[in-house]
Design a protein around this ligand. Structure first.
Ligand code: NAP
Length: 296
């Protein structure tokens, strides 16, 4: 019998992930701060809870996928948080990208109530969430990872147990260092091709399957060529992840030279009011510096 799952946070990622759990046959209860965003899943067969605490009372596994560290603290430990409804023996899985250190603190508070925790941040974008092909990097005890595996398999394709609680978040931050490096390289390459007067569609076709190809280039370069800034992943969330990565890097004493430069560029875009655009809009920061515009 599939365990009863409660899903907190039906944003760009959460709604696809929850839908895949439902499709895989898990009895599902959902909660979202903005209630209207839960309607689609309720229509598809999910139960609706009035608060994270109420959701936890009906769930054996409680999954959160919200924005930032304080948001996870609010939905798990806050006044109406899941901790107040969860039964001893329940398992909390946080699939947001947040601070590794805060994750360990949250885990310790849940453990005092007999509730176990895994951190399981994801990569693969909104496309991966919708298709159930996410890469999931999991931190926590092996027995809990095995307990969660059927749920992970409904949401993702590559499930890697990377270490203890908090280590999933550390690996995710390493992933974000790769993401912004790829985004910056894509933006510079397209701007260079544009300024040099070569056809951008031909450039894309020639490069995407070569050694310098990347998920970012394949999926987001076409959006840049169309000047389509709708987010798979927003600039605000990207800046949040870079802040988390730079803080964690400072704690272990490693310089992240390229990453801090890119973080500064993302901040300039936020200052210009572009925080809700997709992270591929990084190219706009370079356009402002160079005077060239891709796809113009
Ligand atoms: P999103 O579309 O902005 O959704 C954020 C979700 O968090 C919404 O359901 C929002 O509720 C909820 N939320 C935020 N603050 C809250 C609070 N204080 N209390 C209760 N609910 C709160 O973001 P997303 O793209 O789905 O990202 C979710 C997480 O996944 C983030 O940690 C992100 O870094 C990570 N992630 C995203 C991607 C991606 O490509 N998008 C990829 C990998 C990982 P409302 O609907 O009420 O605003």
């Amino acid at each position: 019998m599939a365990e009863r799952i409660g899903f907190i946070g039906l944003g760009i990622m959460g709604r696809g992930m929850a839908r895949n759990l439902l499709n895989a046959g898990f009895p599902l209860t959902v909660w979202n701060r903005t209630a209207a965003r839960a309607e689609e899943l309720v229509a598809a067969g999910a139960a609706l809870a009035a608060s994270p605490a109420a959701l936890a009372g009906q769930s054996e596994i409680i999954i959160s996928c919200v924005s930032d560290t304080p948001d996870v603290e609010a939905v798990l430990l806050g006044e109406q948080g899941a901790i107040h409804g969860a039964q001893a023996g329940a398992l909390v899985i946080d699939m947001s990208t947040i601070s590794p250190q805060a994750t360990r603190t949250i885990g310790a508070k849940l453990a005092e109530r007999g509730v176990a925790m895994l951190d399981a941040p994801v990569s693969g974008g909104s496309e991966g969430a919708a298709k159930g092909t996410l890469s999931i990097m999991v931190g926590g005890e092996a027995a809990n990872v095995e307990r969660a595996r059927p749920a992970f398999e409904a949401m993702g394709k590559t499930i890697t147990h990377v270490g203890a609680l908090g280590d999933g978040q550390t690996v995710k931050l390493a992933n974000q260092i790769l993401v912004v490096g790829n985004t910056m390289a894509m933006a510079e390459a397209l701007l260079f091709a544009q300024a040099s007067g070569v056809d951008l569609q031909h450039t894309y076709d020639a490069l995407k399957n070569g050694a310098a190809g990347s998920w970012m280039f394949t999926n987001r370069a076409p959006q840049i060529l169309q000047r389509d800034w709708r987010p798979g992943f927003t600039i605000d969330l990207q800046e949040k992840d870079l802040r988390l990565a730079l803080t964690a890097a400072e704690q272990v004493g490693v310089p992240l030279l390229g990453t801090s430069l890119i973080a500064n560029l993302y901040r300039t875009l936020q200052q210009r009011g572009l925080g809700a655009e997709g992270n591929h809009a990084l190219v706009k920061a370079l356009e402002a510096l160079s005077g060239f515009e891709v796809g113009a």
